[in-house]
Design a binder for this molecule. Structure first.
Ligand SMILES: NC(=O)C1=CN([C@@H]2O[C@H](COP(=O)(O)OP(=O)(O)OC[C@H]3O[C@@H](n4cnc5c(N)ncnc54)[C@H](OP(=O)(O)O)[C@@H]3O)[C@@H](O)[C@H]2O)C=CC1
Ligand SMILES: Cc1cn([C@H]2C[C@H](O)[C@@H](COP(=O)(O)OP(=O)(O)O[C@H]3O[C@@H](C)C(=O)[C@@H](O)[C@H]3O)O2)c(=O)[nH]c1=O
Length: 301
Protein backbone atom coordinates (compact mmCIF):
# COMPACT_ATOMS: atom_id res chain seq x y z
CA UNK A 1 0.00 0.00 0.00
CA UNK A 2 1.37 3.42 -0.94
CA UNK A 3 0.23 6.41 1.11
CA UNK A 4 0.43 9.34 -1.32
CA UNK A 5 0.12 13.00 -0.38
CA UNK A 6 -0.46 15.41 -3.29
CA UNK A 7 0.34 19.10 -2.90
CA UNK A 8 -1.58 21.66 -5.02
CA UNK A 9 -4.50 19.27 -5.57
CA UNK A 10 -6.66 22.18 -6.77
CA UNK A 11 -4.37 22.74 -9.77
CA UNK A 12 -4.23 21.33 -13.28
CA UNK A 13 -1.93 18.39 -12.48
CA UNK A 14 -3.28 18.07 -8.92
CA UNK A 15 -6.83 17.50 -10.11
CA UNK A 16 -5.82 14.85 -12.66
CA UNK A 17 -3.69 13.10 -10.03
CA UNK A 18 -6.57 13.11 -7.53
CA UNK A 19 -8.86 11.61 -10.18
CA UNK A 20 -6.29 8.98 -11.20
CA UNK A 21 -5.30 7.85 -7.69
CA UNK A 22 -8.63 8.13 -5.85
CA UNK A 23 -9.95 4.86 -7.24
CA UNK A 24 -6.75 2.80 -6.96
CA UNK A 25 -7.08 0.06 -4.29
CA UNK A 26 -3.27 0.06 -3.73
CA UNK A 27 -3.16 3.78 -2.86
CA UNK A 28 -4.24 5.63 0.27
CA UNK A 29 -4.53 9.22 -0.94
CA UNK A 30 -4.47 12.60 0.81
CA UNK A 31 -5.11 15.60 -1.44
CA UNK A 32 -3.85 18.92 -0.09
CA UNK A 33 -3.94 22.46 -1.39
CA UNK A 34 -3.97 26.00 -0.11
CA UNK A 35 -7.43 27.00 1.13
CA UNK A 36 -10.64 25.18 0.19
CA UNK A 37 -10.93 21.85 -1.63
CA UNK A 38 -12.14 22.77 -5.14
CA UNK A 39 -12.81 19.09 -5.88
CA UNK A 40 -15.25 18.54 -2.99
CA UNK A 41 -18.36 18.38 -5.19
CA UNK A 42 -16.63 16.55 -8.04
CA UNK A 43 -15.04 13.88 -5.81
CA UNK A 44 -16.97 13.82 -2.49
CA UNK A 45 -14.92 10.79 -1.31
CA UNK A 46 -11.57 12.56 -1.83
CA UNK A 47 -9.65 12.80 1.47
CA UNK A 48 -8.49 16.42 1.72
CA UNK A 49 -6.45 18.54 4.13
CA UNK A 50 -5.70 22.22 3.69
CA UNK A 51 -1.92 22.65 3.51
CA UNK A 52 -0.19 25.88 2.51
CA UNK A 53 3.24 24.55 1.48
CA UNK A 54 4.79 27.98 2.01
CA UNK A 55 4.09 27.68 5.76
CA UNK A 56 6.60 25.27 7.32
CA UNK A 57 4.42 24.55 10.37
CA UNK A 58 1.56 23.40 8.12
CA UNK A 59 3.87 21.10 6.16
CA UNK A 60 5.29 19.59 9.36
CA UNK A 61 1.82 19.18 10.89
CA UNK A 62 0.13 17.53 7.89
CA UNK A 63 3.08 15.26 7.00
CA UNK A 64 3.65 14.14 10.61
CA UNK A 65 -0.04 13.31 10.95
CA UNK A 66 -0.61 11.50 7.62
CA UNK A 67 2.87 9.88 7.42
CA UNK A 68 2.84 9.40 3.60
CA UNK A 69 5.21 6.97 1.87
CA UNK A 70 5.35 9.42 -1.09
CA UNK A 71 4.68 13.10 -1.68
CA UNK A 72 3.92 14.26 -5.24
CA UNK A 73 4.66 17.96 -5.11
CA UNK A 74 2.73 19.93 -7.75
CA UNK A 75 2.02 23.24 -5.96
CA UNK A 76 3.86 26.22 -7.44
CA UNK A 77 3.52 29.73 -8.75
CA UNK A 78 3.14 28.79 -12.41
CA UNK A 79 2.32 32.18 -13.86
CA UNK A 80 5.72 32.90 -15.40
CA UNK A 81 5.09 36.61 -15.81
CA UNK A 82 3.85 36.94 -12.21
CA UNK A 83 7.09 35.32 -10.99
CA UNK A 84 9.01 38.10 -12.72
CA UNK A 85 7.16 40.83 -10.85
CA UNK A 86 6.49 39.07 -7.51
CA UNK A 87 9.98 37.67 -6.93
CA UNK A 88 9.64 37.25 -3.17
CA UNK A 89 6.38 35.36 -3.60
CA UNK A 90 7.89 33.19 -6.32
CA UNK A 91 10.94 32.34 -4.20
CA UNK A 92 8.78 31.52 -1.17
CA UNK A 93 6.40 29.25 -3.04
CA UNK A 94 8.67 27.68 -5.67
CA UNK A 95 11.88 27.34 -3.57
CA UNK A 96 11.51 27.74 0.20
CA UNK A 97 8.36 25.58 0.27
CA UNK A 98 10.43 22.81 -1.35
CA UNK A 99 13.02 23.19 1.44
CA UNK A 100 10.19 22.67 3.96
CA UNK A 101 8.98 19.58 2.10
CA UNK A 102 12.53 18.17 1.91
CA UNK A 103 12.96 18.67 5.67
CA UNK A 104 9.69 16.85 6.36
CA UNK A 105 10.55 14.04 3.92
CA UNK A 106 13.97 13.57 5.57
CA UNK A 107 12.40 13.59 9.05
CA UNK A 108 9.60 11.11 8.23
CA UNK A 109 11.39 9.04 5.55
CA UNK A 110 9.08 10.08 2.70
CA UNK A 111 9.92 9.61 -1.00
CA UNK A 112 9.65 13.08 -2.57
CA UNK A 113 8.48 13.33 -6.22
CA UNK A 114 9.04 16.92 -7.30
CA UNK A 115 7.59 18.55 -10.44
CA UNK A 116 9.99 20.68 -12.48
CA UNK A 117 10.06 22.39 -15.86
CA UNK A 118 11.80 22.97 -19.20
CA UNK A 119 12.12 26.59 -18.13
CA UNK A 120 15.26 25.75 -16.14
CA UNK A 121 16.97 25.71 -19.57
CA UNK A 122 17.87 28.67 -21.79
CA UNK A 123 16.25 27.10 -24.85
CA UNK A 124 19.32 27.60 -27.05
CA UNK A 125 19.63 23.96 -28.07
CA UNK A 126 16.62 21.86 -27.13
CA UNK A 127 15.15 19.28 -27.08
CA UNK A 128 16.87 18.23 -23.83
CA UNK A 129 17.65 14.94 -22.11
CA UNK A 130 17.98 14.48 -18.33
CA UNK A 131 21.71 15.31 -18.29
CA UNK A 132 21.39 18.79 -19.85
CA UNK A 133 22.84 21.78 -17.96
CA UNK A 134 20.31 24.20 -16.37
CA UNK A 135 20.60 27.87 -17.38
CA UNK A 136 17.26 29.65 -16.72
CA UNK A 137 16.41 32.94 -18.46
CA UNK A 138 13.32 33.83 -16.36
CA UNK A 139 12.90 34.23 -12.61
CA UNK A 140 10.33 31.44 -12.65
CA UNK A 141 13.00 29.21 -14.19
CA UNK A 142 15.54 30.32 -11.57
CA UNK A 143 13.16 29.49 -8.69
CA UNK A 144 12.56 26.03 -10.19
CA UNK A 145 16.31 25.50 -10.63
CA UNK A 146 16.90 26.40 -6.98
CA UNK A 147 14.14 23.96 -6.01
CA UNK A 148 15.85 21.18 -7.98
CA UNK A 149 19.12 21.88 -6.17
CA UNK A 150 17.32 21.58 -2.81
CA UNK A 151 15.78 18.25 -3.87
CA UNK A 152 19.08 16.86 -5.24
CA UNK A 153 20.76 17.50 -1.85
CA UNK A 154 17.97 15.74 0.07
CA UNK A 155 18.90 12.64 2.10
CA UNK A 156 15.43 11.13 1.58
CA UNK A 157 14.58 9.26 -1.64
CA UNK A 158 13.70 11.72 -4.40
CA UNK A 159 12.68 11.97 -8.04
CA UNK A 160 12.48 15.10 -10.17
CA UNK A 161 9.91 14.95 -12.99
CA UNK A 162 10.41 17.66 -15.62
CA UNK A 163 7.56 18.58 -17.94
CA UNK A 164 6.60 21.09 -20.66
CA UNK A 165 3.55 23.21 -21.61
CA UNK A 166 0.86 21.20 -19.77
CA UNK A 167 -2.66 21.42 -21.17
CA UNK A 168 -5.98 20.01 -19.98
CA UNK A 169 -9.40 20.85 -18.59
CA UNK A 170 -9.57 21.87 -14.94
CA UNK A 171 -12.68 22.26 -12.80
CA UNK A 172 -13.50 25.51 -11.02
CA UNK A 173 -10.21 27.07 -12.08
CA UNK A 174 -9.72 30.40 -13.78
CA UNK A 175 -6.91 29.31 -16.08
CA UNK A 176 -7.43 28.23 -19.63
CA UNK A 177 -5.01 26.25 -21.78
CA UNK A 178 -3.61 26.56 -25.27
CA UNK A 179 -6.15 24.18 -26.84
CA UNK A 180 -9.25 25.84 -25.39
CA UNK A 181 -7.78 29.33 -25.74
CA UNK A 182 -7.32 28.79 -29.49
CA UNK A 183 -10.70 27.05 -29.89
CA UNK A 184 -12.66 29.77 -28.05
CA UNK A 185 -10.80 32.63 -29.77
CA UNK A 186 -11.47 31.23 -33.27
CA UNK A 187 -15.08 30.33 -32.39
CA UNK A 188 -15.55 33.99 -31.38
CA UNK A 189 -14.03 35.03 -34.73
CA UNK A 190 -11.11 36.63 -32.87
CA UNK A 191 -7.80 37.22 -34.65
CA UNK A 192 -4.92 35.70 -32.62
CA UNK A 193 -1.13 36.01 -32.89
CA UNK A 194 0.60 32.70 -32.15
CA UNK A 195 4.36 32.25 -31.93
CA UNK A 196 6.17 29.95 -34.33
CA UNK A 197 9.63 30.46 -32.84
CA UNK A 198 9.05 28.61 -29.56
CA UNK A 199 9.51 24.82 -29.70
CA UNK A 200 7.82 22.64 -27.07
CA UNK A 201 6.73 19.06 -26.45
CA UNK A 202 3.23 19.88 -25.10
CA UNK A 203 2.01 17.57 -22.36
CA UNK A 204 -1.56 16.36 -21.73
CA UNK A 205 -2.25 16.78 -17.99
CA UNK A 206 -3.58 13.20 -17.79
CA UNK A 207 -0.27 11.90 -19.17
CA UNK A 208 1.69 13.92 -16.62
CA UNK A 209 -0.50 12.48 -13.86
CA UNK A 210 0.16 8.97 -15.18
CA UNK A 211 3.91 9.67 -15.34
CA UNK A 212 3.82 10.93 -11.74
CA UNK A 213 1.98 7.79 -10.62
CA UNK A 214 4.44 5.53 -12.53
CA UNK A 215 7.33 7.25 -10.73
CA UNK A 216 5.70 6.56 -7.35
CA UNK A 217 4.78 3.01 -8.32
CA UNK A 218 8.41 2.27 -9.31
CA UNK A 219 9.87 4.17 -6.34
CA UNK A 220 11.84 5.92 -9.08
CA UNK A 221 14.89 7.93 -8.08
CA UNK A 222 16.67 10.61 -10.10
CA UNK A 223 15.52 12.87 -12.94
CA UNK A 224 12.89 11.90 -15.54
CA UNK A 225 11.51 13.87 -18.47
CA UNK A 226 7.74 13.39 -18.50
CA UNK A 227 6.23 15.31 -21.43
CA UNK A 228 4.62 14.81 -24.81
CA UNK A 229 6.69 13.24 -27.54
CA UNK A 230 6.12 15.63 -30.46
CA UNK A 231 8.20 18.80 -30.91
CA UNK A 232 5.71 21.50 -31.96
CA UNK A 233 5.47 25.29 -32.03
CA UNK A 234 2.38 26.94 -30.55
CA UNK A 235 1.57 27.92 -34.15
CA UNK A 236 1.61 24.22 -35.19
CA UNK A 237 -0.60 23.47 -32.16
CA UNK A 238 -3.06 26.22 -33.08
CA UNK A 239 -3.39 24.89 -36.65
CA UNK A 240 -4.10 21.39 -35.33
CA UNK A 241 -6.75 22.79 -32.97
CA UNK A 242 -8.37 24.78 -35.83
CA UNK A 243 -8.42 21.65 -38.01
CA UNK A 244 -9.94 19.50 -35.27
CA UNK A 245 -12.77 21.95 -34.59
CA UNK A 246 -13.03 22.91 -38.30
CA UNK A 247 -12.44 26.63 -37.53
CA UNK A 248 -11.08 29.48 -39.66
CA UNK A 249 -7.28 29.23 -39.77
CA UNK A 250 -6.95 32.60 -41.44
CA UNK A 251 -7.63 34.15 -38.01
CA UNK A 252 -4.31 32.69 -36.79
CA UNK A 253 -1.42 35.04 -37.44
CA UNK A 254 2.17 33.82 -37.16
CA UNK A 255 4.07 35.72 -34.47
CA UNK A 256 7.60 35.58 -33.13
CA UNK A 257 9.65 37.17 -30.36
CA UNK A 258 9.81 40.42 -32.33
CA UNK A 259 6.02 40.74 -32.59
CA UNK A 260 4.86 38.91 -29.45
CA UNK A 261 6.44 39.86 -26.16
CA UNK A 262 5.63 38.81 -22.63
CA UNK A 263 6.99 40.20 -19.35
CA UNK A 264 9.31 37.24 -18.80
CA UNK A 265 11.60 35.88 -21.51
CA UNK A 266 10.70 32.40 -22.76
CA UNK A 267 13.37 29.86 -23.75
CA UNK A 268 12.90 29.44 -27.52
CA UNK A 269 13.83 25.80 -28.18
CA UNK A 270 12.99 23.40 -25.38
CA UNK A 271 11.05 20.15 -25.53
CA UNK A 272 12.23 16.88 -23.99
CA UNK A 273 13.68 13.52 -25.02
CA UNK A 274 11.47 11.12 -23.04
CA UNK A 275 13.20 7.80 -23.87
CA UNK A 276 14.42 7.32 -20.25
CA UNK A 277 10.86 7.48 -18.84
CA UNK A 278 9.56 5.30 -21.68
CA UNK A 279 12.24 2.69 -21.00
CA UNK A 280 12.37 2.72 -17.20
CA UNK A 281 8.81 3.64 -16.21
CA UNK A 282 6.77 2.38 -19.16
CA UNK A 283 5.60 5.97 -19.72
CA UNK A 284 3.61 6.35 -22.98
CA UNK A 285 2.03 9.75 -23.71
CA UNK A 286 -0.85 10.52 -26.09
CA UNK A 287 -0.15 12.36 -29.36
CA UNK A 288 -1.12 16.05 -29.46
CA UNK A 289 -3.98 15.16 -31.86
CA UNK A 290 -5.31 12.60 -29.32
CA UNK A 291 -4.85 15.20 -26.58
CA UNK A 292 -6.99 17.72 -28.44
CA UNK A 293 -9.76 15.12 -28.76
CA UNK A 294 -9.59 14.28 -25.04
CA UNK A 295 -9.71 17.98 -24.06
CA UNK A 296 -12.57 18.59 -26.53
CA UNK A 297 -14.62 15.72 -25.07
CA UNK A 298 -14.10 16.95 -21.51
CA UNK A 299 -14.78 20.57 -22.42
CA UNK A 300 -18.05 19.66 -24.19
CA UNK A 301 -19.42 17.96 -21.07
N1 LIG B 1 1.49 24.13 -16.41
C1 LIG B 1 2.57 23.96 -17.11
O1 LIG B 1 2.60 24.23 -18.31
C2 LIG B 1 3.80 23.40 -16.48
C3 LIG B 1 3.86 23.13 -15.11
N2 LIG B 1 5.04 22.66 -14.57
C4 LIG B 1 5.12 22.36 -13.12
O2 LIG B 1 4.14 21.38 -12.80
C5 LIG B 1 3.59 21.64 -11.53
C6 LIG B 1 2.08 21.68 -11.62
O3 LIG B 1 1.74 22.69 -12.53
P1 LIG B 1 0.19 23.03 -12.75
O4 LIG B 1 -0.66 21.89 -12.33
O5 LIG B 1 0.05 23.58 -14.12
O6 LIG B 1 0.01 24.22 -11.70
P2 LIG B 1 -1.33 25.02 -11.36
O7 LIG B 1 -0.95 26.46 -11.33
O8 LIG B 1 -2.45 24.57 -12.23
O9 LIG B 1 -1.64 24.48 -9.89
C7 LIG B 1 -0.82 24.85 -8.83
C8 LIG B 1 -1.67 24.65 -7.61
O10 LIG B 1 -0.87 24.95 -6.47
C9 LIG B 1 -1.73 25.59 -5.56
N3 LIG B 1 -0.99 26.46 -4.64
C10 LIG B 1 -0.56 27.72 -4.87
N4 LIG B 1 0.06 28.18 -3.78
C11 LIG B 1 0.01 27.19 -2.86
C12 LIG B 1 0.46 27.06 -1.53
N5 LIG B 1 1.10 28.06 -0.95
N6 LIG B 1 0.22 25.90 -0.88
C13 LIG B 1 -0.44 24.88 -1.48
N7 LIG B 1 -0.90 24.94 -2.74
C14 LIG B 1 -0.67 26.08 -3.40
C15 LIG B 1 -2.67 26.42 -6.37
O11 LIG B 1 -3.85 26.58 -5.59
P3 LIG B 1 -4.85 27.79 -5.85
O12 LIG B 1 -5.88 27.14 -6.71
O13 LIG B 1 -5.31 28.19 -4.50
O14 LIG B 1 -4.07 28.87 -6.57
C16 LIG B 1 -2.89 25.57 -7.59
O15 LIG B 1 -4.05 24.80 -7.43
C17 LIG B 1 4.24 22.92 -11.03
O16 LIG B 1 5.31 22.58 -10.16
C18 LIG B 1 4.79 23.56 -12.30
O17 LIG B 1 5.96 24.33 -12.03
C19 LIG B 1 6.17 22.42 -15.35
C20 LIG B 1 6.13 22.68 -16.70
C21 LIG B 1 4.94 23.15 -17.36
C1 LIG C 1 -1.23 34.06 -24.66
C2 LIG C 1 -0.46 33.59 -25.86
C3 LIG C 1 0.35 32.50 -25.76
N1 LIG C 1 1.05 32.10 -26.85
C4 LIG C 1 1.93 30.91 -26.77
C5 LIG C 1 3.16 31.20 -25.91
C6 LIG C 1 3.37 29.90 -25.16
O1 LIG C 1 4.33 29.10 -25.89
C7 LIG C 1 2.04 29.19 -25.19
C8 LIG C 1 1.36 29.19 -23.83
O2 LIG C 1 1.30 30.53 -23.41
P1 LIG C 1 1.65 30.84 -21.90
O3 LIG C 1 2.19 32.22 -21.80
O4 LIG C 1 0.53 30.41 -21.03
O5 LIG C 1 2.83 29.82 -21.69
P2 LIG C 1 4.02 29.87 -20.70
O6 LIG C 1 3.76 30.76 -19.52
O7 LIG C 1 5.23 30.15 -21.51
O8 LIG C 1 3.97 28.36 -20.21
C9 LIG C 1 4.93 27.91 -19.31
O9 LIG C 1 4.28 27.64 -18.09
C10 LIG C 1 5.22 27.28 -17.09
C11 LIG C 1 4.46 26.90 -15.84
C12 LIG C 1 6.15 26.20 -17.51
O10 LIG C 1 6.68 25.49 -16.65
C13 LIG C 1 6.57 26.09 -18.95
O11 LIG C 1 6.82 24.73 -19.30
C14 LIG C 1 5.52 26.64 -19.90
O12 LIG C 1 4.47 25.70 -20.04
O13 LIG C 1 1.20 29.88 -26.13
C15 LIG C 1 0.96 32.74 -28.08
O14 LIG C 1 1.60 32.34 -29.06
N2 LIG C 1 0.14 33.81 -28.19
C16 LIG C 1 -0.59 34.27 -27.13
O15 LIG C 1 -1.34 35.27 -27.28
Amino acid sequence: MKKILITGSNGLLGQKLAELLLSRPDVELLATSRGENKLATLFPALPFASMDVSVQEQVEQVVSEFRPTHIIHTAAMTNVDQCETDRDGALQLNYHAVQYLVAACEKYNVHLIHLSTDFIFDGENGPYDEEAEANPISFYGETKRLAEEAVKQATCKWAILRTVLVYGVVHDYGRTNIVLWVRDSLRAGKHIKVVNDQFRTPTLAEDLAMGSWLAAQHDAEGIYNISGKELLTPYDMALQVADYFDLDKSLIEKADATTFSQTAKRPPRTGFDITKAERELGYKPHTFAEGIRIVAEQAEV
